[in-house]
Design a protein around this ligand. Structure first.
Ligand code: Q46
Ligand code: ZN
Ligand code: ZN
Length: 316
């Protein structure tokens, strides 16, 4: 039996149990665009900016983000600059960068590609290979995350934008909540939010996909036939804890439709504003002795990684 779209009666392609809706392609796209706008209006920040950096990896989430931001930027009158970091993860990075560029060019958005190896002398593949010899104890994804945050912030500062917008989706937010509850690091928990204001040399950050799931961004890019890299990063499979949390939250969502979005909303809108002032202790930031970027110690985390990698690659 064909399921009909709740809005128009045409054939539905998706059933959103949590929203009690079955939707045809057109109404699904409209549904996602409305939810995105609602989030932006809720957090208010993007109504006051002139120029933002949108970080685009070339995957489903960031491609959705770029297209949704592009629509909103026309209405709210701000400028977008795309940023793609070529992390140097073999074929995966080549495909990702190509897809990102295709989207920028279709939309006529100016962009910058930062090639990690060319600009800083090492890649994520090098990190995976030499990390232990270089004395870097953190897992690859933590190192990769720190590198991405550093480059995003540096570029945003260099070109003078009001915010960096990233494609963290509902599943990422739910993962952060679950995993920080597990570790008990309450300050980290209190820092989970859609909007992080700017401070010293740290540019403000916005996560407007916080209420849109990975399944929804996948359907959005597919229905709109947008170019994106379908492949998963080869290092993602090393994140076993992350995978278990993801599977468990999807299982819970199956049993209780709407659980993920309710958790995220309750946390971000009700719990976070209460715990933030009590548990977030703003550390004093100073300039890194090497790169002048903000840090809490003498040398920033990025420069420490860079120095360690330079040494190990020189000795190799
Ligand atoms: S790119 Fe980097 Fe991710 Fe690959 S190495 Fe891990 S963090 S999985 S989003
Ligand atoms: Zn419809
Ligand atoms: Zn530094």
């Amino acid at each position: 039996m064909t399921i009909k779209c709740t809005m128009c009666g045409r054939r539905a392609v998706v059933k959103l149990r949590y929203a009690r809706l079955s939707l045809c392609p057109e109404h699904f796209i409209e549904f996602i665009e409305k939810r995105f706008k609602k989030t932006i209006h809720k957090v208010k920040v993007l109504r006051e900016v002139n120029k933002v950096v949108v970080a685009v990896s070339g995957g489903k989430d960031s491609v959705t983000l770029l297209h949704l931001m592009h629509k909103v930027s026309k209405e709210l009158g701000f400028k977008i600059i795309g940023l793609t970091i070529d992390l140097g993860i073999g074929e995966y990075s080549i495909k990702s960068v190509n897809k990102a560029i295709k989207n920028y060019e279709t939309l006529g958005i100016s962009y910058k590609i930062v090639n990690l190896r060319k600009e800083y002398g090492f890649s994520i593949d090098d990190i995976a290979k030499y990390r232990k010899r270089a004395g870097i104890r953190k897992p690859i994804c933590s190192v990769c995350g720190a590198i991405k945050r550093y480059i995003m912030n540096k570029l945003a500062l260099d070109i003078g934008v009001d915010a960096v917008v990233t494609g963290h989706n509902l599943d990422d937010i739910v993962y952060y909540i679950f995993s920080t509850l597990y570790t008990g690091r309450i300050e980290d928990l209190a820092r989970i939010s859609i909007y992080t204001p700017s401070k010293y040399k740290l540019v403000a950050k916005v996560k407007p996909l916080a209420y849109i799931s990975g399944k929804e961004t996948l359907l959005y890019v597919m229905l709109r036939r947008l170019p994106f890299n379908y492949d998963v990063c080869p290092y993602a499979r090393l994140r076993t804890f992350h995978e278990q949390i993801r599977k468990t939250s999807n299982m819970l969502e199956e049993k209780i439709p709407g659980l993920k979005i309710t958790y995220a909303k309750m946390f971000l809108e009700k719990i976070n504003p209460v715990i933030y002032p009590y548990y977030v202790r703003e550390k004093e930031l100073k300039e890194c002795k090497i790169c002048k970027m903000p840090t809490t110690s003498e040398i920033c985390a990025f420069c420490k990684i860079k120095l360690a990698m330079e040494k190990v690659l020189r000795d190799d």
